[in-house]
Write a protein that binds this ligand. Structure first.
Ligand code: UD1
Ligand code: MG
Length: 455
């Protein structure tokens, strides 16, 4: 068992609600596992919990949601199952047993609200125990329909009334509950015990803890945050909107950190993409997961990357594809229609046109001519191609792996290389050319007379 350090009152537990059905996604995949920038929505929420320094993170899941539970475990968090979805208040109370004895603050988040920043949540949490007993995150959406309305007096929150339970005048309130709240654990669970389900939806509302707090003379406050962070994902259309918002945010962050994007709106990042300062990225570039681009590199238009590492000052594209395990060391050039997979191109190596390099090493300073292909696959197994430093592989060569080409060797254009090439040698693996003098005229005459006979 993992042993927690002694708790202080400033410690934080995060409870993430993720037991909802998400029926509007019309998907076999649980809603919170749908990705934004390649990372499941729930992964974004878990990441923010980590960023806030949560000492415990609990995720409330539906029964049988194994894929969700696996992801939670892989992130070092804990799942608690809510057998029946009886409401958000009921969902939070599922975490009580797991938090027995915990005296710090609890922050409640939703698994389908993936764009919240640690900064905004910090503002919510920091008020608890200083200027409030319990705090709730609010925002002013363009269309408040469906949201809980926050009944306030100044900053003080008196109660939250759900849209379906609200009167006409309450529906006129613009300040809506985003769903997130912070309170000391013992207080929150005490307040939840008094929540019933006598309301329009017959649910145990989390929102009822605020009127409960007011009744006890406690101070509840509403903290306002930006609408774009509060967006909840309920449909594929929302998913696409959240994706677009995430991408816009990430592009701005990269530019602020010293990355040039010549056409920002056409570049797609993954949540884990690392781009160092002074990298230039041209239009229409897609970063799949696990990519790092080091300082000074230039990525030209129309490239696609996945689990790849682009070295300092490398030049890639246009139209290059780096697949998993592609490592380009400093100063490497990879040009148009070049695909690299599970291969290391060492310092200054070049493959500028129409090439496939898979399961290979290309030594420092080597040059791979246009149309060269490593034949790495025999239909059953993958084999390695090893090219030494300073080698020159002529255009349109086929390197049949397993095979090695030594340092400084030459491979003549159009060769099919099936045998290892020693360092410093020249390999020629092609049919010998024969020139037949005057044959062109004779062939042409023969074709012409055949055509005449036909007509
Ligand atoms: C909730 C709030 C509402 C707020 C809105 C913001 C309540 C009663 N209402 O309403 O004031 O404006 O969010 O989006 O809290 N969930 C469970 N178990 C359950 C029920 C829900 O885990 O039994 C999870 C859902 O998966 C979801 C979250 O809790 O992640 C919110 O549930 P949802 O049904 O969307 O609440 P709303 O009705 O939208
Ligand atoms: Mg909702």
């Amino acid at each position: 068992m993992h042993k927690e350090p002694a708790m202080t009152d400033s410690s934080l537990a995060v409870v993430i609600l993720a037991a909802g059905q998400g029926t509007r996604m019309k998907s076999a995949l649980p809603k919170v596992l749908h990705p934004i920038a390649g990372r499941p929505m729930l992964g974004h929420v878990l990441a923010v919990a980590k960023e806030l320094g949560a000492s415990r993170t609990l995720v409330v899941t539906a029964p049988g949601a194994k894929a969700v539970a696996d992801m939670v475990a892989a992130n070092g968090a804990m799942s608690v199952v809510q057998d029946r979805q009886l409401g958000t208040g009921h969902a939070v109370s599922m975490a009580e047993a797991a938090l027995a004895g915990f005296k710090g603050n609890v922050l409640v988040l939703f698994g389908d609200v993936p764009l919240l920043t640690a900064q905004t949540l910090q503002r919510l949490v920091s008020r608890v125990g200083t200027s409030a007993d319990i705090s709730a995150l609010g925002f002013r959406p363009a269309d408040p329909t469906g949201y809980g309305r926050m009944v306030t007096e100044g900053e003080r929150l008196l109660r939250i009334v759900e849209h379906k339970d609200a009167s006409e005048s309450e529906r006129g309130i613009g300040l809506c509950f985003a769903g997130m709240l912070a309170a000391p654990a013992p207080l929150l669970f005490d307040l939840l015990r008094d929540v019933d389900n006598r309301n329009a939806q017959g649910e145990y509302y989390l929102t009822d803890v605020f009127s409960g707090a007011a009744k006890c003379g406690l101070t509840a406050i509403a903290v306002e945050g930006p609408e774009e962070e509060m967006m909840g994902v309920n449909s594929r259309e929302h998913l696409a909107e959240a994706e677009a918002m995430f991408q816009t945010r990430r592009r701005k962050e990269f530019m602020a950190a010293g990355v040039t994007l010549t056409a920002p709106s056409t570049v797609i990042f993954s949540a884990d993409t690392v781009i160092e300062p002074d990298v230039t990225i041209g239009p229409y570039v897609v970063f799949g997961q696990g990519v790092r681009v080091r300082t000074g590199a230039e990525i030209k238009a129309f490239c696609h990357f996945e689990q790849a590492d682009v070295g300092e000052g490398a030049i890639v594209g246009p139209y290059a594809r780096l697949r998993p395990g592609a490592v380009l060391e400093a100063g490497v050039h990879v040009g148009n229609f070049v695909e690299v997979k599970n291969a290391r191109l060492e310092k200054g190596a070049k493959a500028n046109h129409l090439t496939y390099i898979g399961d290979a090493r290309v030594g420092a300073g080597s040059n791979i001519g246009a149309g060269t292909i490593t034949c790495n696959y025999d239909g059953v197994n993958k084999h390695h191609t090893d090219i030494g430093a300073g080698a020159f592989v002529g255009s349109d060569s086929v390197l049949v792996a397993p095979v090695s080409i030594g340092d400084g060797a030459y491979v003549a254009a159009g060769s099919v290389v099936t045998k290892n090439v020693e360092a410093g040698s020249l390999a020629i693996g092609r049919a010998t050319q024969i020139n037949k003098l005057g044959f062109a005229e004779r062939i042409r005459a023969r074709h012409k007379s055949a055509k005449k006979k036909e007509s």
